[in-house]
Write a protein that binds this ligand. Structure first.
Ligand SMILES: Nc1nc2c(c(=O)[nH]1)N[C@H]1C(S)=C(S)[C@@H](COP(=O)(O)O)O[C@H]1N2
Ligand SMILES: [Mo]
Length: 207
C-alpha cells in the first residue's frame, strides 16, 4: 500500500452520531468479528492477469477501463466507518483504504440523465445504488482494511464500500460500474431486499 502520510482520511458522518449505542442502528447487534456473507463461492481472482479490468460504462461521455495497477496507482483514501449488515450485525470503527468512487465516476463524464449505478461483480453479482449516494465522500472501492489487504472472502482484490447503506450494497469482487437513468434491482434486490437499504430507516426488505 502507498505511503500512509499522503492519504486523505475521510470520517463517515454516521460514526459521529455519538457513543456506540447511538451509533448502532435499530435492530442491530454489535460484533467485534467481521462475518463473511455472500451468495456462492469465493471467486479466485488474479487482478494482474491480462483479462482483469475495472470498467466504468453506461450513460457517460467517456467509458473506460482500468487495470489493477492503474487503480493501485490512484491516490489512496482512508475511510473510517461503521458496517451494518441486514442480518442484524454491525461492526464499528473500521478503517478501509481504496480509491474514490467520485473520482472514478467523474472521469467517465456522467450524462445528465444518469441517476443510478449498477455495480457488477464476478459471477454476475449486481447491486443498485443511487448515483448521488455512490459518489458520497465516504464511498470508495476498497482493497485495504485495518492496515492489511482485504482478504479474498471479503472481496479482494477490490470491493465497493457504501458505508451509509446496509453492507449488501457494498459489492465484493467488483469489476464494473454502470451508469443508468433508471433504478433496476440487483441480485439481492431481486430476491426481496430493499431497493435503497438505509439502516437508520430499517430498509431491509421489500420495495
Ligand atoms: N459479489 C458479491 N458481493 C456481495 C455479496 C454477494 O453475494 N456477492 N453479498 C453482499 C452481502 S449480502 C453482504 S452482507 C456483504 C458482506 O460482506 P462481508 O462478507 O465482507 O462481510 O457483501 C455484499 N457484497
Ligand atoms: Mo447480507
Amino acid at each position: 500500500m502507498s505511503d500512509s502520510q499522503e492519504r486523505r482520511r475521510i470520517i463517515s458522518p454516521d460514526t459521529l452520531r455519538g457513543g456506540a449505542e447511538v451509533r448502532t442502528p435499530p435492530g442491530q447487534t454489535l460484533t467485534a468479528k467481521w462475518p463473511v456473507l455472500h451468495y456462492g463461492s469465493v471467486p479466485r481472482v488474479d487482478p494482474n492477469e491480462a483479462g482483469w479490468t475495472l470498467r466504468v460504462f453506461g450513460l457517460c461521455q467517456r467509458p473506460y477501463e482500468l487495470s489493477y495497477e492503474q487503480i493501485r496507482a490512484m491516490p489512496a483514501i482512508e475511510v473510517f466507518c461503521d458496517m451494518h449488515c441486514v442480518t442484524h450485525w454491525s461492526r464499528l470503527d473500521n478503517t478501509f483504504v481504496g480509491v474514490s468512487t467520485r473520482e472514478l465516476i467523474e472521469r467517465a463524464g456522467p450524462k445528465a440523465e444518469a441517476r443510478f449505478v449498477m455495480c457488477h461483480s464476478e459471477a454476475e453479482f449486481t447491486v443498485n445504488v443511487p448515483l448521488d449516494e455512490f459518489v458520497a465522500e465516504d464511498c470508495i472501492l476498497a482493497y485495504g482494511w485495518e492496515g492489511r489487504e482485504i482478504t479474498p472472502e471479503h472481496g479482494w482484490p477490490l470491493r465497493g464500500l457504501v458505508p451509509r447503506l446496509y453492507l449488501w450494497k457494498s459489492a465484493k469482487w467488483i469489476r464494473g460500474i454502470e451508469l443508468r437513468a433508471t433504478d433496476t434491482p440487483g441480485f439481492w434486490e431481486r430476491n426481496g431486499y430493499h431497493m435503497h437499504g438505509d439502516p437508520w430507516k430499517e430498509e431491509r426488505f421489500g420495495w
